[in-house]
Design a protein around this ligand. Structure first.
Ligand code: GAF
Length: 373
C-alpha cells in the first residue's frame, strides 16, 4: 500500500494501522442539514486513507501524498496550515472534549477527484478521527465521531457546515443511502442498488469552484435562522403551513424558506418512491430540487445549470447539483444505455460555451469509514 510505504519513508517504522473514510454525494436534501431537516447522501468509492501511529507526547506529525514537501510538525495545533487544519482540528476538538488523545504520526493519501465537491474534507477528518478513536480506545459511536469532526470543521477550520458530510462518511453502508434526520440524528440505511433497474447515478464534475462560495454558505445559514426567528419556530424544519409562512416573509428569507421546506418534502417523497421500488420516478424530484436550489436558494452557477439541463436533454431521468453549490458536481439519474448520450450532450454544451470539458464518474454507494489493516 503506497500510504504505508510513504509512512515508512517519512517516519521510519510501521504505522499502527490504516483507516479509510469516503467522500459522499448527496442524492437529495440540500441545505437542509443545518435547518434540522432531512438528507439522503451516500458514500462514494473515493476518499482518504490514513496511516497512523500514536505518540507518547502531544506532537502531531502529518504528511500528505497529495502535498509533497508540506509535512507539518505541530507541537502547537493552532499552527496547522492549509489541508492539515482538518485532521489536526479533530485532534484539538477531541482533546477539548476531554478525550485522552495524545500525539500521532500521520500520513494521508486521498483520491477524491479534485474540485468535485465530494467532501474530501469530511473524509480527511473522519479517517483521522476513526484512527484516533481506535488507537486511543475512545469507544466512539459513528455519529459521535461525525459530530466531533463537524465541530472541528466549524470551530477549528471556521466553516459553519452542517452534519451531513461527516455523517455520510462515518455511517454509510455499501449499497445503501443514508436517510438522516438532522434533528434527532437518527440515521437509517436505505437500500440503493440502481443496477437492478438498469440505472446509475452519474457524477458530472464541473471542475469549477467559485470562490465567493465561502461567505455565501454562512449567509444562507443566516437567512434561514432569521426566517425561523421571524416565524417563531426553532428552525425551518418546523414550518408546517408553507403558504402561511411565505405570506409573513419577503425577499431572501422567503425564498430560502420555500426551498428548505419543499426540499424536506422531496427527501421524504424520494424515500417513499424507493420503498415502493419506483426508482425511475425519483428523477422528477431531482429536477425539482435543482430548480429550487437555482432559483430559491441561489447556490447554483452556470456550469451546474448547463450540466443539469444538458443531462436531461441527453436523456437522464433527472439531474441536480449536489453538495454546497457554486461549482463542484451535479448528479444525473441515467439508464445504463443512455450514459454515452448524456455524456456527449453535456460535453457538447460545455464545448459550445468554450468551457473546459467536465469529467464523469459513475457513483455506486460505497462503505463508510473503516479500518483497512
Ligand atoms: C456542504 C456542507 F458541508 C453540508 O453540511 C451541507 O450543508 C451541504 O453543503 C449542503 O447541503 O457540503
Amino acid at each position: 500500500m503506497r500510504v504505508v510505504d510513504a509512512f515508512r519513508q517519512a517516519y521510519g517504522g510501521e504505522p499502527a494501522g490504516v483507516w479509510h473514510a469516503p467522500g459522499r454525494v448527496n442524492l437529495i436534501g440540500e441545505h437542509t442539514d443545518y435547518n434540522d431537516g432531512f438528507v439522503l447522501p451516500f458514500a462514494v468509492p473515493w476518499g482518504v486513507t490514513a496511516a497512523v501511529s500514536p505518540r507518547d507526547d502531544h506532537t502531531v506529525r502529518i504528511a500528505s501524498l497529495q502535498a509533497p514537501g508540506e509535512e507539518q510538525v505541530l507541537a502547537d495545533l493552532d499552527r496547522a496550515a492549509g489541508w492539515a487544519r482538518y485532521p489536526t482540528g479533530v485532534v484539538a476538538i477531541m482533546r477539548g472534549a476531554g478525550l485522552p488523545v495524545r500525539g500521532a504520526d500521520i500520513v494521508i493519501d486521498g483520491d477524491v477527484p479534485k474540485g468535485a465537491g465530494l467532501s474530501s474534507s469530511a473524509a480527511l477528518e473522519v479517517s483521522v478521527g476513526l484512527a484516533l478513536d481506535d488507537l486511543y480506545g475512545l469507544g466512539l459511536e459513528p455519529m459521535e465521531l461525525a459530530r466531533l469532526c463537524q465541530k472541528a470543521e466549524n470551530e477549528f477550520v471556521g466553516m459553519p457546515c452542517g452534519i451531513m458530510d461527516q455523517a455520510a462518511s462515518a455511517l454509510s453502508k455499501e449499497g445503501h443511502a443514508l436517510f438522516l434526520d438532522c434533528r434527532s440524528l437518527a440515521g437509517r440505511a436505505v437500500p440503493f442498488d440502481l443496477s437492478a433497474y438498469g440505472l446509475q447515478i452519474l457524477i458530472i464534475n464541473t471542475g469549477v469552484h467559485h470562490e465567493l462560495a465561502d461567505g455565501q454558505y454562512a449567509r444562507r445559514r443566516q437567512d434561514c435562522e432569521n426566517a425561523a426567528k421571524r416565524l417563531g419556530v426553532p428552525s425551518l424544519r418546523d414550518v408546517t403551513d408553507l403558504a402561511a409562512a411565505l405570506s409573513r416573509l419577503s425577499g431572501d428569507e422567503r425564498a430560502r424558506t420555500q426551498h428548505v421546506v419543499t426540499e424536506n418534502h422531496r427527501v421524504e417523497a424520494v424515500i417513499g418512491l424507493l420503498r415502493a421500488k419506483a426508482v425511475p420516478e425519483i428523477g422528477a424530484l431531482l429536477n425539482a430540487s435543482h430548480l429550487s436550489l437555482r432559483d430559491q436558494y441561489e447556490v447554483s452557477c452556470p456550469e451546474l445549470d448547463v450540466a443539469v439541463e444538458a443531462a436531461v436533454k441527453g436523456g437522464a431521468r433527472g439531474a441536480r447539483m449536489t453538495g454546497g453549490g457554486f461549482g463542484g458536481s451535479a448528479i444525473a439519474l441515467v439508464a445504463d444505455d443512455r450514459v454515452d448520450r448524456v455524456r456527449a450532450t453535456v460535453e457538447h454544451a460545455y464545448a459550445e460555451r468554450g468551457w473546459a470539458a467536465p469529467t464523469f464518474l459513475p457513483a455506486t454507494p460505497a462503505p463508510g469509514a473503516h479500518r483497512v489493516r
